[in-house]
Design a protein around this ligand. Structure first.
Ligand code: ACO
Ligand SMILES: O=CC(=O)O
Ligand code: MG
Length: 716
């Protein structure tokens, strides 16, 4: 890594070249000005950043001491809450208020739908994610277990195909009922002025609600696609009687395409491994390609090689005969890193690694200028959306706003152009959520329950309180339901409706789409504008929940009924209450956690892959990222700390599981086995995460992951 001097900072040479030759080009921002502003951000804001991190440690120390002193007695909930107030962990609530965020895009304010997340360093996936605005329902049903069974290998299965078509048409019947008859029986579709006419078994008919007709493509008597609208979401019925599917359909319908990922988060955080200047440059360069609309990637699959690019917008004819443009891409947000990490990509004037959150703020916003300075594009309202993760309490949210005040001034943007998504994923944010929102009241564009990090923080914060329940049982305790409800209650009370999303967390079992279809409607029924999905296919399936449930109506009802959850319930720590687990139960719990950690870490450290699908001990593929790894490592650390398992037992299990993970990766020619030597950096990283788990700041995994990956890169 070679650094070059720019203003009072040292910048990785590759990153400096990228910024000067590509990111700044055409923005009107001069290089000298940019570096001097970035330097003043880094050199001017780092002391406060450090102080905020110190406060996290100080509060944790006081909480640890409290639990150690109380050990052996039952936690007195009221005394505990008073203690948290005294130390400033729980802050006083100010008067009622509503947010006044202005200029948000419809996908944030008024259209509810799935939110896809994608690792930004993977251009192939990032392009797919931006293009996931529209997804084939036929493909999503055919290719997954959504209908109950999985597709078999081999050619097209006509029986399964017929099942898919019937399934999709029953969705159309539920969502866009015809005045007479069923979508399954129609033989012709025509688009006359103001009317959709379909011919069915019982003659000519139309939509029961004619206002659901939104337009068409192609000729009016022989359209190539018909557009329908329900709950602000479009659905395309594709008609192509010459296509393999359309030729067998009485009306020539070849597909049903759903508007799917309304928004996509391009992730620079939990799902990536970006440890140095080269990695950060790749992340920023992909973001630039997305903001300029020029990103492409060569993709080889199924024996073919092609170039993947961003989809264009769609042009349709409205029912009245006018022209209308529909967005072809998801509205993109970018997740910056939180306040914790530093990165050697930039060094401050004393030669210390700069806080990564500061460089992300300045550079991702600079890049967004390419979108903000043109008509249309990603944001039609002239906003940029930064998801800010892992903030602890209102002071840290206020700090994020100060950072963006500086960035906006530096780049000549109006104040509050940059909107912030507040991840409600740390306990000190959950219990002070109202004040966190107040701290960003003119910027907040979403709150989202990141329950994975939140679970990790639950364990770490109360490490000294006692033995935590097994991972699956933690999810069933009152604290988490209260946390989820409280987030919605507070969001509604602060007037987020129409101005900001109230979002829910990730579906972390990417291959279990039938379960997702059954369960994730719960997010929508709980009043969420959006909820996270791991893949474009999941977005296409999850969007059907937003067709079934009118979220604004749910939110209005919830708002009128008033708050349901209380901070007191959120503060109930999910500890084991004298459970007597068998040795087998303990071993399986630790094995499961160890397998997830190792399966994730080995790809992170050795291959720089920040998000992986890793089989659990029941062979179910789970999405693993830094947050899920935080839970698993903190859980083992908790059981170790309280003597549920010994260090020797855990080490034995880690070794056994390393061999299992090696076998799972057998097909990868570049994979280096962890067993039988267990001397590799990946195995050591897993050991650090577990055996030094109690000492990791907030239980985060990134300090260990970054250190070990850097070690590997430097030794290569
Ligand atoms: C706690 C948190 O912070 S959650 C947020 C962070 N997590 C994420 O962002 C999860 C994003 N999802 C992913 O990274 C992936 O889906 C994984 C790692 C879970 C699974 O990846 P894989 O094992 O490669 O998936 P799988 O083989 O089933 O599918 C690959 C195909 O789906 C596409 N795909 C999978 N996930 C995504 C995605 N998130 N966005 C876009 N496309 C995707 C790929 O482009 C690929 O298609 P292609 O061959 O046409 O390019
Ligand atoms: O970032 C999301 C989470 O669940 O953590
Ligand atoms: Mg998270």
């Amino acid at each position: 890594m070679t650094h070059v001097t720019r203003a009072d900072i040292s910048v990785d040479a590759e990153l400096a070249t990228f910024v000067e030759s590509r990111a700044l080009a055409g923005t009107g921002v001069a290089a000298d000005h940019f570096w001097s502003e970035l330097s003043s951000l880094i050199n001017g804001f780092s002391a406060k950043n450090r102080a905020l991190l110190q406060k996290r440690q100080d509060l944790k120390g006081q909480i640890d001491a409290y639990h150690i002193e109380q050990r052996g007695t039952e936690l007195d909930a009221s005394a505990y809450k008073s203690f948290l107030q005294e130390i400033g962990y729980l802050v006083p609530q100010g008067p009622d208020f509503t947010v006044d965020t202005a200029g948000v895009d419809p996908e944030i304010g008024t259209i509810c739908g799935p939110q896809l997340v994608v690792p930004i360093m993977n251009a192939r996936y990032a392009l797919n994610a931006a293009n996931a605005r529209w997804g084939s329902l036929y493909d999503a049903l055919y290719g997954t277990d959504a209908m109950g069974s999985k597709p078999t290998a081999g050619g097209y299965d006509t029986v399964r195909g017929a099942e898919v078509i019937a399934w999709a048409k029953s969705f159309l019947d539920r969502t866009f009922p015809l005045a007479i008859g069923s979508w399954g029986d129609i033989t012709d579709i025509a688009c006359t002025k103001n009317m959709l006419r379909v011919t069915g078994a019982q003659g000519e008919t139309g939509l029961a609600d004619p206002l659901q007709y939104a337009g068409f493509q192609g000729g009016d008597t022989a359209p190539s696609a018909v557009f329908l609208l329900n709950n602000n979401l479009h659905v395309q019925i594709k008609i192509d009687a010459d296509s393999p599917i359309g030729t067998q359909d009485p009306a020539g319908i070849s597909d049903v395409v759903l508007e799917s990922a309304l928004t996509t988060i391009m992730d620079c955080e939990d799902s990536v491994a970006a440890v140095d200047g080269a990695d950060k440059t790749l992340a920023y360069s992909n973001w630039l390609g997305l903001m300029q609309g020029t990103l492409t990637e060569t993709v080889s699959k199924g024996g073919q090689t092609f170039t993947r690019a961003l989809n264009p917008d769609l042009q349709i004819t409205t029912p009245e005969g006018g022209a209308k443009t529909l967005k072809g891409r998801a509205m993109m947000l970018v997740r910056n890193v939180g306040h914790l990490m530093t990165n050697p990509a930039i060094l401050d004037k004393e030669g210390n690694e700069a806080f990564e959150g500061l460089m992300d703020a300045m550079i991702t916003t600079l890049i967004a200028l390419h979108d903000l300075q043109r008509e249309g594009g990603n944001s039609v309202t002239g906003s940029m959306y930064v998801v800010k993760p892992k903030m602890h309490g209102p002071e840290e949210v206020a700090f994020a706003c100060e950072i963006f005040d500086h960035v906006e001034q530096a780049l000549g943007l109006a104040q509050n152009t940059v909107k912030i998504g507040i991840m409600d994923e740390e306990r000190r944010t959950s219990v002070n959520l109202r004040e966190c929102i107040r701290a960003a009241k003119s910027r907040v564009a979403f709150i989202n329950t990141g329950f994975l990090d939140r679970t990790g923080d639950e364990i770490h914060t109360s490490m000294e309180a006692g033995v935590f329940l097994p991972k699956a049982d933690i999810k069933a305790q009152p604290w988490i339901a209260a946390y989820e409800d409280y987030n919605v209650d507070v969001g509604l009370a602060c007037g987020l409706q129409g101005r900001a999303q109230i979002g829910k967390g990730m579906w972390a079992i990417p291959d279990n789409m039938a379960d997702m279809l059954e369960q994730k409607i719960g997010h929508v029924e709980a009043g969420a504008n959006c909820a996270w999905v791991p893949s474009p296919t999941a977005a296409t399936l999850h969007v059907m929940h937003y067709h079934a449930v009118n979220v604004p109506a749910v939110q209005e009802k919830l708002r009128q009924n008033g708050p349901r959850a209380s901070v007191d319930t959120i503060l109930q720590i999910p500890l084991a209450q004298g459970q007597n687990w068998s040795a087998d139960e303990i071993t399986r719990e630790v094995e499961n956690n160890a397998q997830g950690i190792l399966g994730y870490v080995v790809r992170w450290v050795d291959a720089g892959v920040g998000c992986s699908k890793v089989p659990d001990i029941n062979n179910i593929g789970l999405m693993e990222d830094r947050a899920t790894c935080r839970i698993s490592s903190q859980h083992i650390a908790n059981w170790l700390h309280h003597g549920v398992v010994s260090k020797e037992q855990v080490m034995d299990i880690l070794r056994q599981m390393a061999a299992v993970v090696d076998r799972q990766n057998q097909g990868d020619p570049s994979y280096v086995n962890m067993a039988p030597d267990f001397t590799g950096l990946a195995f050591q990283a897993a050991c650090d995460l577990v055996f030094k788990g109690t000492q990791q700041p907030s239980g985060y995994t990134e300090p260990v992951l970054h250190a070990r990956r850097l070690e590997l890169k430097l030794s290569a």
